[in-house]
Design a protein around this ligand. Structure first.
Ligand code: SF4
Length: 235
């Protein structure tokens, strides 16, 4: 029996329950009068090619240095920034990317994240993609989790699931996969629910990939194995 995007979502949600993404230290931001959305933006860059546990270590060092605002990252000496984010790996590249983003927001939006996000999604996306080292997955994570705007994030786990189930994605590119999920979910759920659903769905796909749909999958306990065309292949 083929699986639709909404059935996949319901199935993963009922198995794993609500996920609490994107993890942000609200208490820290309240205390420091800083904007938690910039922490999400930093996290979206730091998480490139590394596990979240490494990102957490880097975020903690940035917090201890009070360096979680646009102004602080923009002003921070690049070598100091590299040292602080070292646990997240690729720290030379990532330090440049963080500085670029902070300087861009400072110069073009007067460090006002509200103004940055108060525009058409595609305009925001194109602007983020024009920044060095920000690709579609990072840009869309920023738009969805920091901007609270409806865009579906596609990552390597999503692509794996699309291949294995399979889902009826016509064009298996990043944008084709994103279009499939967005179009199918928009048909089922009201517009006001799309942001929380896209947030949950992405987190659930990651959870399923970490627990079951790994490189060498553990299909026996996977919540969608009954609908998966690859189930037999991996037995
Ligand atoms: S049944 Fe196996 S291959 Fe299919 S989605 Fe689950 S873990 Fe992945």
């Amino acid at each position: 029996m083929p699986l639709s995007a909404d059935k996949l979502y319901e199935c993963l949600l009922s198995h794993f329950g609500l996920q609490h993404w994107w993890p942000v230290d609200e208490h820290y931001h309240k205390k420091n009068h800083s904007d938690p959305r910039f922490e999400v933006m930093i996290g979206a860059i730091l998480t490139q090619n590394t596990a979240w546990s490494n990102v957490e270590k880097a975020l903690l060092l940035l917090k201890n240095k009070n360096a979680l605002t646009i102004q602080q990252i923009a002003q921070l000496d690049e070598n100091t920034l590299k040292t602080l984010i070292q646990p997240s790996g690729f720290f030379n590249q990532k330090a440049k990317r963080l500085k670029n983003l902070a300087l861009f927001l400072q110069k073009n939006y007067d460090s006002d994240i509200n103004v940055f996000f108060r525009r058409n999604i595609q305009e925001i996306r194109q602007e983020l993609l024009s920044l060095h080292g920000i690709g579609p997955e990072t840009a869309d994570s920023i738009i969805l989790y920091a901007g609270d705007l409806p865009i579906f994030v596609v990552d390597a786990y999503t692509k794996r699931l699309v291949e294995r189930l399979p889902l009826s994605v016509e064009e298996k590119t990043y944008e084709g996969t994103q279009k499939y999920f967005q179009e199918n979910l928009q048909k089922i759920y009201p517009a006001k629910d799309l942001v929380p659903i896209y947030k949950q769905f992405h987190a659930l796909i990651v959870e399923n990939a970490k627990n079951y749909c790994k490189k060498n999958p553990r299909c026996q306990k996977c919540p969608v194995n009954i609908c998966c065309a690859s189930f037999e292949l991996f037995q």
